[in-house]
Design a protein around this ligand. Structure first.
Ligand SMILES: [Mg+2]
Length: 284
């Protein structure tokens, strides 16, 4: 027993929040990318949050850096899983609220990406050149669970709030693009036309699925919340990306609030997890 739920029998650390989920019917699986499978962009929050705080501090409203950090951290977190532009649009709203005149949200997005790229460039290039082993930049046992899902005939989708060209490039670099026969989706220029909620609904219609035939894995609020809205099974991946094998307490709380059915720190217990998801073995 943990403060979040019961530990799944036969497992060390799979937490069951919702013991009444409908297991045994899975046909499609949707994965978020960053923080759920890929570690290439780990630490993006530590680039986005300070950048936004810096911009808001320039407005000299008398708010302290700490107050602004809490505010920014909260909305960045709440919007995680949606396309990056939504976080920038929210920044613009906060600037306006404080009497400032924001730039176009796309400009903030570009600036953020430039700063982030400096942090992640070596990782991406290292994986491409072979200097860094691919699986070192994936959450533990990601490849095993993806392969096991393919063996069970599950259609796999990858969806990210990061721009499509980067998601495709990074998924190829990590050699996991090949598993996603359902498609790989990221942010597009016409950002109003696509988001995870649209994709989730499209998957259900296309495959004529009922909710419990879809399972989603994610470390962001949005994918979990949207999956629950359509009655799917939502698995929160609450990994401490800098300390693999450990829980990220912040994510644990946010994913629980978002309505996750199950929580895992990574995929090391993929066999037990899949046995439960596909057979719906009894919970104690
Ligand atoms: Mg993520």
């Amino acid at each position: 027993m943990t403060e979040f739920g019961k530990i799944l029998p036969n497992s060390q650390r799979i937490i069951v929040i919702n013991p009444n989920m409908n297991c045994g019917q899975i046909k499609c699986a949707l994965f978020d990318f960053d923080g759920t499978l890929s570690l290439l962009r780990s630490g993006w929050q530590d680039v986005m949050v300070p950048m936004m705080v810096e911009i808001l501090l320039e407005l000299k409203t008398g708010e302290t850096e700490e107050q602004l950090t809490n505010l920014v951290r909260d909305f960045v977190d709440r919007l995680t899983g949606k396309q990056t532009i939504y976080q920038m649009i929210r920044l613009c709203e906060e600037i306006r609220k404080r009497g400032g005149t924001p730039k176009d949200p796309l400009e903030y997005k570009r600036e953020y990406h430039e700063r982030l790229w400096k942090v992640i460039k070596d990782r991406v290039e290292g994986v491409k050149s072979g200097k860094i082993p691919k699986d070192q930049m994936l959450l533990p046992c990601s490849r095993q669970i993806l392969e096991a899902l393919k063996e069970r005939g599950v259609t796999l989708y990858l969806a990210s709030g990061t721009d499509t060209e980067y998601v495709l490039d990074e998924a190829e670099a990590l050699d996991i693009a090949k598993y996603f026969d359902g498609g790989i989706y990221g942010a597009i220029d016409e950002w109003e036309k696509f988001d995870k909620d649209i994709l989730i609904r499209r998957i259900l219609t296309q495959h004529k699925l009922s909710g419990p035939e879809l399972v989603a894995f994610g470390d962001g609020f949005v994918e979990i919340e949207e999956t629950k809205k359509v009655g799917g099974i939502a698995i929160g991946v609450a990994s401490d990306e800098f300390n693999l094998g450990n829980w990220n307490e912040w994510k644990l709380k946010r994913l629980t609030d978002a309505g996750a059915d199950l929580l895992i720190p990574d995929y090391r217990e993929w066999q037990t997890l899949l046995a439960f998801l596909f057979c719906g073995s009894d919970l104690v």
